[in-house]
Design a binder for this molecule. Structure first.
Ligand SMILES: Cc1cc2nc3c(=O)[nH]c(=O)nc-3n(C[C@H](O)[C@H](O)[C@H](O)COP(=O)(O)OP(=O)(O)OC[C@H]3O[C@@H](n4cnc5c(N)ncnc54)[C@H](O)[C@@H]3O)c2cc1C
Length: 349
């Protein structure tokens, strides 16, 4: 086994996956250390790429740049790994108030939104299944099957002998004037892509994380025939066969990352408030913690104390769309091609 690598990437969520994939493609030698997705939020996420978000129906930050890079990157991963990860999806948002209806009407007239709006959609297809649907916003979006992607990429790392299974521990790291060793592996640069675990990273102290927890049901809806993503308060998102991802709330206060009884009750209540039939079967109840950040923009950059250590995180609620573009940006920064964009520099606070 090669005992020197250009890059050691810590964490194999969507951030670490896309970053290490791009590094390998560019010809760098890479090893990835991951603890078996122990705290990964990527494996809990629906992976929705939603270009128009919030109650005001505004374009997501930098979405015109993010989507092309995401589509190219996931297509390239599909070619190399043989899976299908990026699915184009219509997102149907049930408008919940006059305010939302007005906002949406103004978007329909705005050229900047044209690429993300679908106009010829017959919303009566929802009638057999949903209560209280009067008007809807129909958005051109997508979904990344993060779970399959992470598993397939992990297997390819194993094949390339590029995965170290375990938890990165700083006591295993020796920092010398010109190089670093992780155990007996000589390492050029280290990139931390630990998701919410970066809160405890002593090389990047005091990061402004505002983590929030989301709980999710995986349900079978036997008599439901909508293949679009529907948001009617909560998302109902097709994943495979007649299985749907249903979620998810934003909990600021929580004890741990585990699903709770209260979370289950709330999701069941939300489903019975919107669905006409409660003929569904819960196959799983899962939860995860989003690595959200004050100001809701990613955290990238070089450690102020250790000049060969970098951070790639703070992807918040939008890892699927943010990871490809910002991984490319970080690599160019690490290779000296440009400065870090001040909007994502973790030193901006
Ligand atoms: C319920 C829910 C729904 C969501 N829905 C969406 C959605 O629809 N669309 C979307 O784009 N985003 C969504 N998100 C957000 C998305 O999950 C995150 O933006 C994204 O997954 C963050 O990826 P990451 O790689 O930074 O972190 P993570 O996925 O958390 O990955 C970090 C990895 O590093 C490992 N790790 C951490 N520390 C160490 C260490 N010291 N040593 C070794 N390994 C370590 C972890 O176990 C994990 O495998 C959702 C999140 C949740 C919780």
């Amino acid at each position: 086994m090669d005992r020197r690598v250009d890059y050691l990437v810590v964490g194999q969520g969507i951030a670490g996956t896309v970053l290490s994939y791009k590094l390998i493609q560019k010809g760098f030698s890479v090893k990835v250390i991951d603890d078996g997705h122990r705290t990964a939020s990527s494996t809990k996420a629906a992976g929705i790429v939603n270009p128009i978000t919030g109650r005001s129906y505004v374009k997501s930050w930098r979405i015109d740049d993010l989507i092309p890079e995401a589509v190219d990157t996931y297509a390239s991963l599909e070619k190399d790994l043989g899976g299908k990860y990026y699915h184009e999806h219509t997102i149907v948002r049930v408008l919940g108030s006059i305010y939302e209806e007005n906002k949406w009407s103004s978007r329909l007239l705005d050229d900047a939104y044209r690429d993300y709006i679908i106009e010829d959609y017959d919303t009566s297809v929802l009638d057999p299944y949903y209560k209280d649907v009067e008007s809807c916003a129909i958005i051109k979006g997508g979904r990344v099957d993060l779970r399959s992607l992470l598993i397939d990429f992990r297997n390819s790392l194993i094949e390339q002998e590029a995965l170290i299974e375990g938890t990165f521990k700083s006591k295993h790291l020796r920092i010398q004037p010109r190089t670093m060793y992780y155990d007996d592996l000589e390492v050029g640069k280290i990139v931390f892509a630990e998701g919410v675990q970066s809160i405890d990273n002593s090389y990047f102290p005091d990061l402004p994380f505002q983590p929030n927890k989301g709980q999710v049901l995986i349900v079978e809806l036997p008599n439901y025939d909508i293949k679009d993503i529907v948001k009617h308060g909560i998302f109902i998102c097709p994943i495979e066969g007649n299985k749907y991802w249903v979620g998810s709330g934003y909990e600021r206060e929580f004890e741990d990352d585990q699903p709770t009884k209260e979370g289950l009750t709330k999701l069941k209540d939300q489903l019975s408030n919107i669905l006409k039939s409660t003929d569904y079967k819960i196959v799983d109840h899962i939860s995860g913690i989003r690595p959200s950040v004050k100001g809701r923009k990613p955290l990238l950059g070089r450690s102020n104390t250790h000049r060969s250590m970098y951070l790639f995180g703070g992807l918040g609620t939008k890892g699927s769309s943010l990871a490809p573009y910002w991984a490319e940006h970080l690599i160019d920064f690490m290779e000296g091609k440009h400065d870090i964009d001040p909007e994502v520099d973790f030193n901006r606070f």
